[in-house]
Design a protein around this ligand. Structure first.
Ligand code: UDP
Length: 370
């Protein structure tokens, strides 16, 4: 009998398992996939650290979390500076003086401010949805070219139907600063995330290719308590109806060229291009291999966003009103499962960043284990 069965070897599960083990508890971690690390899983292909389930760039303002992850990995100095490609025109992201200069020809911060103020005036009162929020942040021109198409592709919904908070992730600056995140700390674990998660799980029994929900009673009998990080609606057999998720599909290509796009991420912000972005993985480690060598090839991933259907991997919860209300009902059911802790992006149906998921797991572990 284990003290804890942790379902899911992603960040939430790995942190919780580590903390429980540290406090002398016996822990078994299982995962449906053949690998640990959930969606932050990386593997080396052609000498390149390949982010198999999408680009992950660690960033945080939380000093405690930053210090915590340092225990398990050395972080490099990668700074996310995606480029937007709108019908062949390139713009700097996030929205900053380089973007405004390219968009409007303005040169000074005052000119940029005047231009955005003029365009923002069309929104009066509190923005009610993502479209209004975006226009009130940066004006219609930027909304039309750099936000609308990308957002509608990513979420498969009209910007008027999406919550305003999604776009609040994006900073707007009147300086020449292409750093996508407003974070004190940023970087990528040298050699990839799998190694980092592997160190969190050191000394802990992990079984892969194990589908908890298929043999739930059997697994439940193996531990005092369960930490479940899968989808909350799946746990309850979708009994209140399915929650909506967005899924992502990648078309990966190894190219016989050292440099395809000169940047880790290029967002395709028009509506017509079917993919949302192309990731060129080698730039997460500055184009160098494990021993600092130049790499002759490159790997790119075209990312396509789609509505989740059974059998797909869920990536993003759709945090709109309808799903939020349904989640609340599932949460009420979850609260009655006294021996089960629901955590993580899928377990809590929340658009968590990596640092927030680690903070949540640490906090839950502290509350649970003292
Ligand atoms: N976004 C956008 N244009 C861009 C990049 C992002 O409009 O070029 C908006 C869009 O609404 C998106 C949100 O910002 O849903 C968050 O995007 P990001 O790529 O940061 O999310 P991630 O997929 O990395 O979690």
């Amino acid at each position: 009998m284990y003290d804890y069965l942790v379902v899911g070897a992603g960040l939430y599960g790995a942190v919780f398992a580590h903390e429980a083990k540290q406090r002398g508890k016996s822990v078994l971690v299982i995962d449906r996939r053949p690998n640990i690390a959930g969606n932050v899983y990386t593997e080396r292909v052609e000498g390149i650290v390949f982010h198999k389930y999408g680009a992950h760039i660690f960033h945080t303002n939380n000093t405690q979390v930053w210090e915590y992850v340092q225990r398990f990995a050395t972080f490099n100095r990668f700074t996310n500076s995606p480029v937007a490609n709108y019908k062949g025109e390139l713009y700097s992201l996030p929205f900053n003086m380089y973007t405004f200069n390219k968009m409007w020809g303005v040169v000074t911060p005052d000119e940029a401010q005047a231009k955005t103020d003029e365009q923002r005036a069309e929104i009066t009162g509190e923005p009610q949805n993502l479209e209004e929020q975006a226009i009130s942040l940066v004006g219609r021109d930027i909304y039309e070219k750099l936000i609308k198409g990308y957002t509608e592709k990513q979420w498969g919904r009209d910007c008027k139907e999406l919550p305003a908070f999604i776009i609040k992730r994006l900073p707007v600056r009147l300086t020449f600063d292409n750093n996508y995140f407003n974070a004190l700390y940023q970087g990528i674990p040298v050699g990839g995330y799998t190694k980092m998660v592997g160190r969190m799980l050191e000394g802990i029994e992990v079984r892969l290719g194990e589908d908890y929900l298929k043999k739930k009673a059997e697994y439940d009998a193996m531990a005092e308590k369960v930490v479940y990080t899968g989808a909350i609606d799946a746990y309850f057999g979708y009994r209140l109806g399915p929650l909506e998720y967005r899924s992502v599909r990648f078309e990966n290509e190894i190219l016989d060229t050292p440099n395809f796009q000169g940047n880790a991420a290029v967002n395709y912000t028009d509506r017509e291009t079917p993919w949302t972005r192309i990731i060129e993985h080698k730039w997460f480690e500055f184009g160098k291999g494990e021993n600092g060598e130049d790499l002759p090839k490159t790997i790119i991933s075209r990312e396509y966003s789609s509505e989740w259907k059974p059998g797909d991997e869920p990536y993003y919860p759709v945090n709109d009103e309808k799903n939020g209300a349904l989640y609340q009902q599932y949460k009420a059911l979850a609260e009655q499962e006294t021996n089960v802790i629901f955590g993580g992006r899928l377990g809590e149906y929340k658009y968590y960043d990596m640092d927030a998921v680690i903070a949540a797991a640490l906090e839950r572990a502290e509350r649970e284990l003292g």
